[in-house]
Design a protein around this ligand. Sequence first.
Ligand code: RRO
Length: 303
Amino acid sequence: YMLKTVICGIEFKNPVFLASGIMGETGSALKRTAKGGAGAVTTKSIGKNPNPGHRNPTIVEVDGGLLNAMGLPNPGIDEYVKELQKVREDLNKMNVRIIGSVYGKDEEEFVEVSKKMEKYVDIIELNISCPHAKGYGATIGQNPELSYSVCKAVKKSVKIPVFAKLTPNVTDILEIANAVVDAGVDGLVAINTVRGMAIDIRAKKPILGNKFGGLSGKCIKPIGIKIVWDLYENFDVPIIGVGGIVSGEDAIEYMMAGASAVQIGSGIYYRGYDIFKKVCDEIVAFLKEENLELKDIIGIAHE
Ligand code: RRO
């Protein structure tokens, strides 16, 4: 109960969510993380048409994190809504909200998928930030004009809150954030993965099928913290912090930088599906020790 929180008028039983990614590819995977205690679950990024994704290997462990180039594998929105239909009632009974991650190659695709997604989710998260999908993702999220027009078009087309997920792979993230906030987004999600590569020195070539990919996990946390800090200083919309959160302490750090909630992806690899429950318990223990409430710590490091 200490962790109950309201963001954009939506009530969450706790602020520790599943991040978009591998665990959001099917309805049953979403349900598994909901059972692990997540306050909300985010879908894999879903597009207009089915997409097989990149060649194997698509993920490799590196020091302090995971490097992935999944390549937006998904069955397309029309198939994916069937997955959501299967589990929506169960998630509702568990009091777990759903965030629908959407990608597209242009405004029209983003709008079409968002409108279909809207019926089944509580918040739309626009993935304009995949680091390694040609013509998608970061192509939009690295360009303020494209970011503006995609967010503006989706905002005009749906009634539920719209968040934009930002890429750290830019020179000036505030310029991008400024564009999407101008376009009217209701919140920001930061950060997507950091571009990276690993080379197999025996095979003498990059490990990933796609050669490069996106880095997640512990090693990117300071990058995420600094970006959330900067977003909090400059904008008045809620921020969901994501990037390298494995413990309650990590989550608290993001909240003190300004995040109203956090998302966990790679952390599941290190601590299991129950990581959401564990992180929640660790946040509660901290709040009790410090005699603080959740709302007190959001942005507290700026004071
Ligand atoms: O599917 C992916 O390869 C992927 C996506 Br869409 C993303 O946004 N971030 C990432 O690290 N991988």
